[in-house]
Design a binder for this molecule. Structure first.
Ligand SMILES: NC(=O)c1ccc[n+]([C@@H]2O[C@H](COP(=O)([O-])OP(=O)(O)OC[C@H]3O[C@@H](n4cnc5c(N)ncnc54)[C@H](O)[C@@H]3O)[C@@H](O)[C@H]2O)c1
Length: 424
């Protein structure tokens, strides 16, 4: 058969499929993995869904991690988000020549994700607001694509269930799903957690974690924006879109606690929270602070706080307290001793993509589905406890539902009323 662009594309896809199948079906010996990896100079085509700050960061990381990766398709709800990002990425001397997005592969609208995923791509980077993640991830895995999946992965229990099922399917299909819970890819923290798991602090008796930081951006509504456009462009402030700050941001801290506990999750949470500073209508209905106490099956407690209030002390730290002493996760210290020298830099965002692309090329899929789903649920259960003023169990959390719009059109948007504990 004569070589055509399509036949090349088919053979490249076969190469990827075959390597994935080898890992699932017969297992890959290290010698085989090496052989496949050596052959792995084939282009891997990347599609991006959600062309915001993190989406373009993920493109940069993907193309830096893999010298034969190319960006070929992008999608966003808003056309105006894409041109400037593509131009910005193209200007980079290291990977700019691998930004190969032609005009036919720039997709706008709520269905843009389908068009990106249906393009000739091998890997999809999902970086929209979290509300959309379960549907986008499900479609990507259905269509046989490897995924880099930003955190959090959902805004309610139903979304978490959906992602867990999708990740199960990804495993069956030999597809990689790498999570944007980036601290798990940070070498100093890997070093620290390994020692904690090996008993360096003794038996864990309590955990403390905080993500107390400043306020984030706000997009002033422009003439002609519908309520839906205003909300999607300000997605941080609507629980149906972001899951609130405890889910959107503090999830990083909660996931570190889950990691410390070797992915054992709490049985119950009791939270308080509210909004005292960011009270204007423009800030939708999210809170600006939460304080939670998680309880594990053996009675171990995890104390957690988060806030977004500018002009206050910033405190982003985690402590694992054990019978032999304390680990300072962000300081990379165990009982006062450094486990990683401060001047030895590593880039966790890049590492995620180095491992993702190496996994694809080796045919040894990574699947972060379990912890990325459950750490999302850990945030969701505490949000619900604060909103309702009632304790929430792990099992109850799977049934938490946040109503979204009945249809995705540029018109009306879901009601935005602030929930008052003990009442609604
Ligand atoms: N891992 C990290 O450290 C980290 C850092 C920042 C953000 N994030 C996560 O990345 C995601 C995106 O955050 P961001 O800071 O890039 O936000 P952003 O607002 O800069 O970008 C989001 C983009 O998604 C687009 N979008 C919205 N709905 C869409 C849809 N249905 N289909 C396609 N595009 C859609 C928006 O128009 C926007 O361009 C969030 O889940 C956030 O929590 C992770």
């Amino acid at each position: 058969m004569a070589d055509s662009p399509n036949s090349q594309s088919a053979s490249r896809r076969d190469f990827i499929k075959t390597t994935g199948a080898a890992a699932v079906g017969v297992g890959l010996t290290s010698a085989m993995a090496g052989a496949v990896h050596a052959a792995g100079s084939e282009t891997l085509k990347v599609g991006l869904v959600g062309c915001g700050g993190r989406g373009s960061g993920a493109v940069k990381d993907a193309l830096t991690a893999d010298p034969a990766a190319e960006l070929v398709a992008v999608g966003d709800t808003f056309a105006d988000r894409m041109g400037p990002r593509i131009r910005y990425l193209k200007r980079n001397r290291k990977y700019g020549d691998r930004i190969k997005v032609d005009d036919d592969h720039i997709f706008a609208g709520f269905d843009a994700y389908k068009q990106v995923i249906d393009s000739d791509v091998d890997v999809v980077l999902l970086a929209t607001p979290p509300h959309f993640r379960p549907a986008h991830l499900a479609y990507a895995i259905e269509k046989g694509k490897h995924v880099f999946c930003e955190k959090p992965v959902a805004v309610d229990g139903q979304g978490v269930r959906s992602v867990m099922e999708t990740c199960r399917q990804a495993k069956e299909k030999g597809l990689s799903v790498v999570s944007g819970l980036c601290y798990r890819y940070h070498e100093p923290k890997r070093e620290l957690m390994k020692r904690v798991h090996d008993g360096a602090v003794g038996e864990i008796i309590a955990l403390h974690t905080s993500y107390n930081t400043g306020e984030l951006w706000y997009n002033r509504p422009q003439p002609g924006w519908s309520p839906m456009e205003t909300q999607v462009r300000n997605w941080l402030y609507y629980t149906w879109l972001s899951g609130d700050l405890i889910n959107e941001q503090h999830i990083h801290s909660l996931d570190k606690m889950a990691w410390a506990m070797q992915d054992e999750y709490p049985v119950k949470v009791s939270s308080i929270g509210g909004r005292i500073k960011r009270t204007g209508e423009e800030f939708g209905h999210v809170y600006d602070h939460f304080c939670s106490v998680y309880t594990y099956a053996d009675g171990t407690k995890c104390f957690s706080t988060c806030r977004q209030q500018s002009g206050c002390t910033v405190d982003i730290n985690d402590y694992i307290m054990g019978t032999k002493g304390t680990a300072d996760v962000m300081g990379h210290r165990i009982r006062g001793f450094e486990v990683w020298p401060k001047d030895r830099k590593t880039d966790m965002y890049l590492k995620e993509h180095e491992e993702l692309f190496a996994a694809i090329r080796a045919g040894e899929p990574i699947n972060d589905g379990d912890y990325m789903s459950k750490s999302t649920l850990m945030a969701i259960m505490a949000r619900e406890s604060a909103y309702s003023g009632k304790d929430v169990t792990w099992d109850e959390a799977f049934d938490i539902k946040v109503p979204g719009p009945s249809e995705y059109v540029w018109g009306s948007a879901p009601e935005a009323s602030v929930r008052i504990p003990g009442i609604a």
